[in-house]
Design a protein. Structure first.
Length: 90
């Protein structure tokens, strides 16, 4: 059954506070990433679906308040933007 997804972050300007903390702009500033609000079994399902679609940049934030948990899905590696293939946690 289809379900809506809710994003905590999509495209971000290089002046966004999160981007300002980085050494260089991240995938969000290239329009190559989204953070999907989810937790528990739904987070696992999103990761599974991303891997089936050959997504190779997945960040998992599952600590703290369940309403603030998310999975980062990034595709910058497909466009050779110098973002290494990786799976990480926050």
């Amino acid at each position: 059954m289809a379900q809506p997804i809710f994003l905590s972050s999509g495209y971000r300007c290089v002046k966004h506070p999160v981007e300002q903390e980085k050494d260089r702009p991240g995938e969000h500033t290239h329009g190559m990433a989204i953070d999907i609000l989810c937790h528990g079994a739904r987070a696992l399902r999103i990761i599974e679906l991303a891997q089936k679609r050959n997504v190779k940049r997945i960040g998992v934030h599952q600590k703290g308040n369940p309403n603030g948990r998310f999975v980062h899905i990034g595709i910058a590696d497909r466009y050779n933007l110098a973002f290494p293939v990786a799976i990480w946690t926050y």
